[in-house]
Design a protein around this ligand. Structure first.
Ligand SMILES: [Zn+2]
Length: 113
């Protein structure tokens, strides 16, 4: 499950930062989720809550900001917005699209005590 491995990855990042920066509790985790990452918010929140049990991030709130997707269209030879993976080019209707942005999930900021 995509959201589960993602949550584990997030926890790793958080625990590493907890060691480096010396905080012992995380209140809020601010994330940016790319539109093409295929991440479901509800599933991510659920998985994150379960993998962080007993960790510094236990009970932390996830704040998710969606980031638009972008793709290179080989037909138009230009960068176009792409709302979902598998959608056609918004300019020419073609499908020769190569995602350029919006495929990832980033931990942008932690609110800690
Ligand atoms: Zn196009």
């Amino acid at each position: 499950m995509h959201e589960l491995s993602l949550s584990n990855g997030m926890l790793e990042i958080i625990e590493k930062r907890a060691l480096e920066e010396g905080f012992d509790r995380v209140l809020v985790v601010r994330l940016e989720v790319g539109a093409l990452s295929c991440v479901e918010h509800a599933a991510l929140s659920f998985c994150f809550a379960s993998v962080t049990r007993g960790s510094v991030a236990q009970g932390a709130r996830l704040e998710i900001r969606d980031v638009a997707g972008e793709a290179w269209c080989w037909d138009c030879a230009t960068v176009v917005a792409l709302a979902r993976r598998g959608d056609a080019c918004t300019r020419c209707g073609g499908y020769l699209l190569e995602p350029r942005a919006g495929e990832q999930v980033w931990v942008k900021e932690l609110e800690v005590v």
